[in-house]
Every structure is written in C-alpha cells, then in structure tokens.
Design a binder for this molecule. Structure first.
Ligand code: GLY
Length: 357
C-alpha cells in the first residue's frame, strides 16, 4: 500500500493510496477531537455514505450536504455550512472531514481553515481530480465572480485518505476531466507517466484497476514531493499550475458553467504547449506528442466561440499574475517545465487562439 508523506512547516502528514482506505478513518481522528462534521454531496453520500459510517468506527458525526457545482463554490456556501456547524453544537475541538470531489475538498478545507479561526481537517477525495491534486497539499478556497479560487487559505489536513476503488463509480466525464491533471503530472515531472497515458489509452479509459492505482500513486508521489519542497507556492509548486493560467481564465469567462475544471486545464495545457513551441522552448516532436495525448482523452464541449482577447485580458487578474505580469508554466520537454514571465502578448494571443480551435 503506497503511503506518501507531506512534510510542510505547518504539519507532517500522510497521503495513503489504498483500496478500502476509507475503512480506516477512525485511525486518523485524534483522541482530542470533538464533534465530527462530514462535508459531502448527495451523490457521493448515496454511493459511499455507508462505507464512511463504517470507517468512523461507530463515532457519531453530522453530515453537511453541499449542493455541489463550481458556481456554488462561493463564500456564501462556507457561511451557510459554518452556521449549520454552530447549530449542531460545533466548537473549537470539532473536526471537519471533506468527503467529495475537488470543489468539496477546497470548500470544506476553507471552512475548516476559518471556522473559529481553524479546526482540524481530514481530506477524503472521491474523484480522480481531487485524489491526484485538489485534496492534497493544503490549498483551500472559494471562487469570486472575478476569478477562480481568489479567496482562500493554506490549511494542511491531518491526513489524506485516497481509495482508488471509488474511481469505478465516477461519471465518465468526471473521470476524463481528472485524467487531464494526470497528463499534467506526466508533462511536468514524469515521462514514464506520460508514456503510460499515451500508450495505454484503452486500459486507462477502461479504468483497469491496476492502471488506475498506478496513475494515482505516481501523481500523488509527485504532488507530495512538490508540496513538501514548497508549501506556499513561492517556487517549485508553481509547476503544478501547468495549463491553469489559461484554464482558470476559461472557467471564469464561461462563469464556471461549461467545462469541468480538468477540461479547462486541458485547453490551457494546449495553449501553454503551443506557446512553448512558438517561443522556441519546446521541440516539434514533444509538442506534437503532448497535443496528441491531450486530444486522445478530450471529449468535452467546444470553447471555439470564446474570445481570445477576453481570455488574455483575464490572465492579468489571475492570482498567478504578479503586478499584472502573467506567469506561464511551459514545457521544455516531456517531463520538465519552466516558469516564465513577460512573454510577448501576441505570442500568447496566438497560442490561445490555436488552443480554442
Ligand atoms: N493545484 C495546484 C496546487 O495544489 O498547487
């Protein structure tokens, strides 16, 4: 059973990747913990609520049901949940367990970060996207109308419990959207992971359990290494934003309603790859392979009608921009990226145009 460790100044903790790991929740609930609050969505609770209850070892808990959706990942939802906690007798010893996809892990994480100035948190991500990325590393937050995740905080959990078996029940579109974050890890840090995705598309899409466990484990390994080296994204952690600069702009431009996060990242990775090629950073064969592999998993609504100019204007408002300068994570080759700023606006615009097509 792979166990990966995150060593941050705030806390050291484990990310466990193991079938049935949800049965071990009780092992990670500290003896000092008061009331437990599980934040989840109806669909996740229907599928996995019984396993969650069994995993708590008979400890009582209160379920907070979040309606779900990127459009509801807003401060007002955090306030509503906090009121529900108070009404149900929460205090400073309460424990929040985030049990859902990336929206839930971000929002429930933020709730734990700010409730009575911070209560402990356990992350149990249930979608591929959350298992390989959002549920690990302590980033929490909510969206503003102006942009994605513009309010938030770092709040490291006590543990992350990842059960690859949960992937079997994910809707196809959610699964594919999560795969783009796995493609991301391949491009930024693991040529073998990238090759697995490009050579074994059928097994990946068939959700062969061994392949699913392998791609999750390799992604989690990379994420844990990167966050352990740079918890607060002052350096290395920025590489995890490959595809996210344009991806976040697309999400905000479409008011979070058209594409799932991973799908927007796919378009963003295409833009970043084309930009890297345009400025001569990336060779033609690697460029072609990244674009081909991304396309092989793509099956989502078109964004060809979006205005490249509008997206360009949004980039400066993204939180990865510093004093209006847009930072891009660009591949040098498959398995290695570089963070660059101050790139020519016309090259950026051309790459966005080509990526939307
Ligand atoms: N999702 C990017 C990060 O955790 O830094």
């Amino acid at each position: 059973m792979p166990v990966f460790f995150l060593r941050t100044p705030a806390r050291e903790y484990a990310a466990l990747v193991s079938r049935g790991t949800i049965s071990r929740i009780h092992e990670f609930v500290p003896p000092s913990a008061g009331k437990i609050f599980a934040v989840t969505t109806d669909d996740v609770w229907q599928l996995h609520g019984a396993a969650f209850s069994a995993g708590t070892g008979g400890r009582p808990f209160h379920v907070i049901r979040f309606a779900g959706g990127e459009q509801r990942k807003r401060l007002v939802s955090v306030e509503t949940m906090a009121e529900e906690m108070i009404a149900s007798g929460a205090d400073r010893s309460s424990l929040v367990i985030a049990f859902g996809g990336g929206i839930v892990t971000d929002l429930a994480g933020f709730l734990a970060a700010v409730f009575m100035r911070g209560v402990p948190l356990i992350q149990i991500p249930t979608t591929l996207l959350a298992q390989v990325d959002a549920g690990i590393g302590g980033k929490t937050g909510a969206n503003l109308v102006s942009g994605k995740n513009l309010i938030g905080s770092f709040h490291q959990p006590l543990a992350v419990l990842i059960d690859p078996d949960m992937i079997a029940t994910l809707p196809e579109r959610e699964y594919r959207a999560g795969l783009f974050e796995v493609v991301k890890y391949g491009v930024i840090a693991s040529e073998p992971l990238f090759r697995l995705l490009s050579a074994h598309r059928d097994a990946v899409l068939a959700r062969d359990p061994q392949v699913v466990e392998q791609i999750i484990s390799e992604s989690v390994r990379i994420k844990c290494e990167v966050v352990s080296a740079d918890e607060k994204e002052s350096g290395l952690r920025r590489i995890l934003n490959f595809g996210h600069t344009v991806g976040h702009a697309i999400e905000a431009e479409t008011t979070y309603s058209r594409l799932l996060h991973g799908e927007a990242v796919a378009v963003g990775m295409k833009a970043a790859t084309l930009l890297a090629r345009n400025i001569g950073l990336l060779g033609a064969p690697d460029c072609r392979e990244i674009l081909d592999t991304t396309a092989r998993y793509s099956d989502f609504p078109s964004v060809a009608d979006l205005s490249p100019q509008n997206l360009l204007a949004r980039l400066a408002r993204d939180k990865k921009s510093v004093q209006g300068t847009v930072h891009f994570v660009l591949p040098r080759r498959i398995g290695e990226v570089e963070v660059l700023a101050g790139l020519p606006g016309d090259a950026i615009l051309e790459s966005i145009k080509a990526a939307l097509a």
